[in-house]
Design a protein around this ligand. Structure first.
Ligand SMILES: Nc1ncnc2c1ncn2[C@@H]1O[C@H](COP(=O)(O)OP(=O)(O)OP(=O)(O)O)[C@@H](O)[C@H]1O
Ligand SMILES: [Mg+2]
Length: 287
């Protein structure tokens, strides 16, 4: 774990040095309740504690939201910004050092605001956000249109599943839909009993995918064990990576974080428009 943490710190230095723009990571799933919010919040914490400036963007309004997971209160959301009644800097919540929360709304609500005037106003503020290294988008579950928009707009997609057959089936359905739109997908298997179990889930999915999906590229990002410390942390509204840094899930998450950062930097493409402008334009279909 020490080694992983060190590697992340090295990557921070490298990234700062190269002056990369904001990268968007979408955390999604086919079936609900598999651990998206828990993973988003803890991944955000791990990246932030390595020195990256991170924003967590809540694009879901389920019962267990990011604000609950992070133990913070929120009032206004991104919708108020899109409506023009609030500035982005007013709605953002500083959770801890380097870690921020952008309170969201359901994807459908956000996507209603494709109006050019509002968007231009919104983009005027994007400069203050370009110093975020990563924005982690916690999306709703399933293959709905709005979730797909968030996924297509992001630089990296992480599909979370658990080893249950129904979750695997739903993850596969999402992979099938997304493969047509986005070549590369990452799989994270949560609540496993062993790494072996994660490998077998990955194998099940890729075996079916290779027969039925053209150009399907699924990368097994890693696994997180089922652990009572995670349940305990959720009940206490604290982050397991912070409360229990010496446990197996924390070291698994550290490894995953390092992989994400190094993969993303290797895949970096030089786009003319970067960061928030690119993300929201893609999201709202304004190319
Ligand atoms: N690795 C784990 N070990 C044990 N319990 C876990 C683990 N990951 C998640 N959980 C449990 O699963 C529940 C659901 O997690 P979470 O709210 O993060 O899922 P979600 O995918 O965001 O759900 P939703 O689709 O409703 O937004 C948590 O309350 C927690 O009890
Ligand atoms: Mg959630």
């Amino acid at each position: 774990m020490q080694h992983q943490a060190h590697k992340l710190t090295e990557l921070v230095k490298e990234k700062k040095h190269q002056n990369f723009s904001t990268r968007f990571i979408a955390i999604t799933s086919g079936k609900g309740g598999v651990g998206k919010t828990t993973i988003s919040a803890n991944l955000g914490y791990v990246l932030a504690s390595s020195g990256f400036k991170v924003a967590l963007f809540d694009a879901d309004i389920g019962l267990a939201n990011l604000d609950v997971a992070l133990g913070v209160r929120t009032e206004d959301t991104i919708l108020d910004v899109l409506k023009g009644s609030k500035r982005l800097k007013d709605i953002i919540v500083n959770v801890s050092e380097n870690l921020y929360l952008i309170p969201g709304e359901s994807g459908e609500e956000i996507l209603k605001f494709g109006d050019d005037f509002i968007l231009d106003k919104f983009f005027e503020e994007e400069n203050m956000f370009n110093d975020f290294d990563y924005v982690i988008v916690d999306t709703g579950a399933g293959i709905g249109e709005s979730v797909q928009n968030f996924l297509v707009a992001s630089d990296e997609i992480i599909i979370v599943t658990v080893p249950e057959p129904s979750a695997i089936t739903d993850a596969y359905a999402l992979i099938k839909v997304m493969s047509e739109k986005n070549g590369k997908l990452n799989l994270l298997v949560n609540q496993v009993r062993s790494e072996k179990e994660a490998n077998s889930v990955y194998k099940k999915i890729t075996t079916v995918a290779s027969k039925n999906i053209e150009n399907c590229n699924i990368n097994l990002l890693g696994a997180i064990n089922r652990d009572e410390n995670i349940e305990k942390s959720i009940r206490k509204r604290v982050l397991f990576a912070k409360e229990f840094p010496q446990t197996l899930p924390s070291s698994q998450l550290n490894r995953i974080s390092t992989l994400i950062v190094s993969n993303m930097e290797h895949n970096m493409l030089l786009e003319e428009e970067q960061g928030f402008v690119r993300f929201f334009r893609k999201l709202l279909g304004k190319f």
